[in-house]
Design a protein around this ligand. Structure first.
Ligand SMILES: Cc1cc2nc3c(=O)[nH]c(=O)nc-3n(C[C@H](O)[C@H](O)[C@H](O)COP(=O)(O)O)c2cc1C
Length: 240
């Protein structure tokens, strides 16, 4: 199994510790490769809005080196985990900027076919409220990449660091996180796009069929056979 973990922060607080619990349980008893990134040290700076990735291709971003390295890890992985503490009811600013770098691979542009079989996980903690909103937001990003199965773990920890999380609460968090890991393990290799993903993909296909403003996107869809009958979740070998 291969896992990519992207921490929306650099410090090791409650959010990081919950991700660690998930990672430990996921990797227990199986050979696992883990690619781990911390923000902002391992990730590109904010998007400057030049549109080069969308209109000319992602390799034209002036920060493409870091963005593409992380993308390669994600494409190789069975499970992609994002975590972020809740800041003002949102994900951290740096994590949002990373998602902006992958806007070109939303379904309306150039989704990667590898994404349509992956499992995504969104983790957030808040002191009192907002963590649900954060995991919803992170899950939305992955949905638009085509990720078919997304788990969300949001916790109100009543604390500013892991050591201060009340004992009973901590036990509940650990239990739920481990149960989630067990569920993920059963789903690896079996995740398939649901109705909403398939519907959205088909809507985007229609739009691409008459797309005359962005030929980079249109050529990509054509090359993949998606303007006609092929779909990214089809088994390899049926596309030719
Ligand atoms: C800038 C900032 C904004 C925050 N905003 C919220 C918030 O909107 N809601 C909330 O309940 N807690 C908020 N908190 C508290 C953290 O979300 C909470 O303590 C979280 O568990 C910290 O995670 P960490 O230990 O991984 O850093 C905020 C903390 C900071 C530093």
């Amino acid at each position: 199994m291969t896992i990519t973990i992207i921490h929306g922060q650099q410090h090791k607080g409650s959010t990081y510790h919950i991700t660690e619990i998930l990672k430990e349980r996921l990797t227990e008893g199986s050979e696992t490769v883990v690619h781990e990134y911390f923000m902002p040290k391992d990730t590109p700076e904010y998007c400057v809005g030049c549109f080069r990735c969308i209109l000319k291709g992602e390799e034209n971003c002036y920060q493409s080196e870091k963005a593409l390295k992380i993308l390669d890890s994600m494409l190789m992985s069975d499970v992609i985990i994002f975590d972020s503490p809740t800041y003002c009811i949102e994900m951290t600013g740096q994590l949002k900027t990373l998602f902006d770098h992958y806007g070109y691979m939303w379904m309306p542009h150039r989704p990667r076919k590898e994404m349509f079989s992956k499992i995504g996980v969104a983790i957030s903690t808040a002191a009192g409220s907002g963590a649900r909103n954060v995991t919803k937001s992170m899950a939305r990003q992955m949905f638009w990449w085509g990720v078919p199965r997304i788990y969300r773990l949001s916790f109100n920890v009543n604390a500013s660091c892991w050591d201060d999380v009340p004992e009973k609460k901590r036990e509940r968090i650990i239990k739920r996180t481990q149960e989630t890991a067990d569920s993920i393990k059963k789903k690896i290799g079996r995740a398939k796009p649901g109705f909403k993903t398939r519907l959205m993909f088909n809507v985007m296909r229609k739009i691409q069929q008459s797309n005359t403003w962005n030929m980079t996107d249109r050529d990509y869809w054509e090359k993949n056979g998606w303007l006609k009958k092929d779909r990214p979740w089809k088994k390899q070998g049926r596309q030719s």
